[in-house]
Design a protein around this ligand. Structure first.
Ligand SMILES: Cc1cc2nc3c(=O)[nH]c(=O)nc-3n(C[C@H](O)[C@H](O)[C@H](O)COP(=O)(O)O)c2cc1C
Length: 183
């Protein structure tokens, strides 16, 4: 599967089989995150691999009650929780932020998780970026120390059925020429 094909065919998967994932496959998925670009190669991402059902259930309990991925977090054989080192990405060595955008950890973790989910898809696995949950509760469950935060989590497992692609905006709506808003 080539990259453009993987990008187009990846879907958010919210129904999983309980089949286990081979350690070598998991390693390939994590390698895709490890080789992602990051601000000055600071690699602020950290990943927690959760296999324990009690912990998965606790994490599922942090999702907003209407979140459509609650059962996915409980059912998938693995949940990957993406964390970040704070005040690293986008910061001068002396401590201040380099740009008006401040801490770039969301950007760098997003890039890594984007690559991770694409690699998972190419290997026949499903994922869904889950961001709508109580981050403080998740940090407490996982023992995330001061100076780090939880950004997102994804179930990882073999999809139980196919997911429909939600529509995308047309390129004409999101791409401009030379200046903002110029079609
Ligand atoms: C930053 C981010 C946070 C998201 N949070 C959730 C979430 O909390 N629960 C959920 O079910 N899906 C979540 N999603 C998945 C989106 O709903 C999904 O990517 C979007 O509808 C497009 O569908 P597709 O991934 O199948 O192309 C999130 C996606 C992103 C990028």
């Amino acid at each position: 599967m080539d990259v453009p094909e993987a990008i187009k065919a990846r879907r958010s998967i919210r129904r999983y089989k309980t089949d286990p994932i081979d350690d070598k496959i998991l390693e390939q998925v994590l390698e895709a995150a490890r080789w992602s670009p990051s601000w000055a190669n600071t690699q602020c991402w950290r990943f927690i691999i959760v296999r324990n059902n009690d912990v998965k259930n606790e994490l599922a309990g942090t999702l907003t009650p209407t979140n459509p991925s609650i059962n996915a977090i409980k059912a998938a054989p693995i949940v990957i929780v993406a964390c970040a080192v704070l005040r690293k990405a986008g910061f001068y060595r002396e401590g201040g932020p380099s740009t008006v955008l401040g801490d770039w950890f969301m950007f760098d973790v997003g890039l890594a998780m984007g690559n991770l989910t694409l690699a998972a898809h190419a290997l026949g696995l499903g994922t869904v970026h889950v961001g709508n949950f109580d981050h403080k509760k998740a940090e407490s469950i996982l023992g995330v120390p001061e100076g780090f935060c939880v950004v997102e989590m994804t179930p990882l497992g073999y999809p139980d059925g196919e997911a429909k692609a939600p529509p995308r905006k047309e390129l004409a709506e999101i791409v401009f020429n030379e200046k903002f808003g110029v079609q």
